[in-house]
Design a protein around this ligand. Structure first.
Ligand SMILES: *Cc1c(COP(=O)(O)O)cnc(C)c1O
Length: 493
């Protein structure tokens, strides 16, 4: 038993935590005791591959799963990446390092975890002797959906159903999803925004009668959203890897502090940095970057989390989120692992749309985190500035991160080396990126990606080039209230 639920502290094994995703009480699973990094991880030696680095982290988090299978999983998970270094670090200037997390099959950082999660779920199912079909159900703000579809495509004993907000993802993201291959993949558009879709999925997970109906058909639900601990753990690995690369290149001495800036939506990516830090990796300030949906910026600055505000559609749609699910894991820690206090806050969020952190918890939050946000104009300006100054083309999410970092530096005078997560390929958001660097938009997003490659001299990733000839296979659209029925029909149940 190594995981506990944030709302009840009930203990489960690693396999159960991975299989369930969300706990039956509606809480998230966290490690009963956060592991300490071993000496060989601080830093990893230059010859240690990314897969080996990831395997070391997996074994610390899942000590009750067979180590040799974790090794195999780590090896298999990064085979489809288009850079042998998997998550390379590139400098935009002396003090700013970009962690390129977009070399996987869907060109966004979600692949770092979602190429691995299906394999972890398969392993967990074997360990738990789970004979039922595992039906993955996911709401996406754009990138998770495609990454999950790619990860689960034709994995035996699983299916993958993705809900996306009909007008809330980029045209290219939509095209990537609706052309997904695989006999076990289902893609359904929802008339609503991402929070509606995510709330709908959560409601299905909480519906006991629905679960029983599926069980009679030999099906059990699981989640690929970043609430699943199997999503979070693979993300811890790249902070260790990036730190090691920077030491091995002589940009840091072992033990030096590295600040981290993360474009944030559901709070998974930045929470993984927090875990790395508390395992002993010398990370300093964790800078949380938001777009105009700046609920996290306000939270970090005031301690008040308040979702009663307008929802903005931005050019960084994967961060158009007001309810950051993974924040619950951090709150659990900030309240001293007080499951009752935490349950109270979560209940308040549900009924009142807001909560306020107790004072000690707020000072803990502010010691480790800083929060800034950027609107679309600032984001576009940053894309054009980094292109002109550094020859680096960043996607809008990454550019939000760079904006936050520049505000942080202006406010604190910090000149510390900072790692900024580059979370998507600029070609995935070709229309907005192109507009920012002065390319007139064309008829469609795909054509724009081709023209952007031509104009910038950068190589168009194969994952986008191949979309041109891929047939549309998924056309379903549903109302929010009809989501449960849509699941049943997709699963043939
Ligand atoms: C999902 C996503 C984010 C936000 O990551 P979270 O883990 O949800 O905070 C940022 N950028 C891109 C490109 C994404 O796909």
């Amino acid at each position: 038993m190594t995981y506990i639920c944030t709302r009840t502290k009930k203990r489960v094994s690693s396999a159960q935590a991975i299989l369930q995703g969300l706990s039956p009480a509606g809480g998230l699973y966290v490690k009963e005791q956060l592991p300490r990094a071993t000496a060989d991880m601080l830093p990893f030696a230059p010859g240690v591959s990314y897969a080996q680095r990831a395997a070391a982290v997996l074994k610390l988090f899942f000590p009750d799963l067979p180590a040799e299978r974790l090794d195999e999983i780590a090896q298999a998970s990064y085979r489809r990446f288009d850079d042998p270094r998997i998550a390379p670090v590139t400098m935009t200037d002396d003090k700013t390092a970009l962690l390129e997390l977009y070399h996987g099959p869907t060109l966004a950082f979600k692949d770092m975890a979602l190429q691995m999660l299906p394999r972890l779920i398969r392993l967990a199912a074997d360990e738990a002797k789970e004979g039922r079909e595992i039906a993955i159900l996911t709401a996406t703000s754009g990138d998770t959906g495609k990454a999950a579809l790619e990860g689960f495509q034709d994995v035996p004993g699983t299916s993958c159903t993705v809900f996306y907000p009909l007008d809330g993802v980029s045209r290219l993201q939509q095209r990537q999803m609706v052309t997904s291959a695989g006999q076990n993949t289902h893609v359904i558009a929802v008339r609503g925004n991402f929070d509606d879709a995510q709330t709908g999925v959560k409601a299905i997970f909480g519906d006991r009668a629905f679960a029983e109906a599926l069980d009679r058909k030999g099906i059990v639900l699981s989640s690929a959203n970043s609430i699943n601990i199997g999503r979070l753990v693979p993300q811890v690995a790249y902070y260790f890897s990036a730190y090691s690369d920077l030491v091995n290149e002589g940009r840091l001495s072992p033990g030096d502090t590295l600040d981290v800036c993360v474009p944030t939506g559901n709070f998974g990516d930045i929470l993984a940095a927090w875990y790395a830090r508390h395992m002993g990796l010398p990370l300093g300030r964790l800078i949380c970057a938001s777009n105009r949906n700046q609920v996290l910026t306000d939270f970090i600055n005031t301690g008040v989390y308040d979702i009663r505000r307008p929802f903005h559609k931005t050019i960084s749609p994967s961060m158009d989120i007001l309810i950051s699910s993974n924040l619950e894991r951090l709150l659990f820690e900030l309240t001293g692992r007080d499951e009752k206090a935490l349950s109270g806050l979560m209940a308040q969020l549900k009924t009142e749309g807001r909560y306020e952190l107790p004072r000690e918890a707020l000072s803990g939050l502010q010691e480790e985190f800083a929060g800034f946000y950027a609107d679309d104009d600032a984001t576009r300006l940053m894309i054009s500035r980094t292109w002109e100054k550094a020859g680096v083309l960043s996607d809008p999410h990454t550019a939000v991160g760079l904006c936050a970092l520049s505000q942080y530096r202006a406010q604190t005078g910090s000149d510390r080396l900072t790692l900024v997560n580059a979370t998507a390929s600029p070609f995935k958001f070709a229309q907005d990126v192109g507009a920012a660097i002065g390319l007139a938009p064309g008829e469609d997003a795909l054509g724009d990606a081709f023209r952007q490659a031509e104009k910038t001299g950068l190589k168009l990733p194969e994952a986008i080039a191949s979309l041109r000839s891929a047939p549309v296979r998924h056309t379903a659209v549903t109302e929010i209230s009809d989501m449960p029925r849509a699941v049943l029909s997709a699963l043939g149940a």
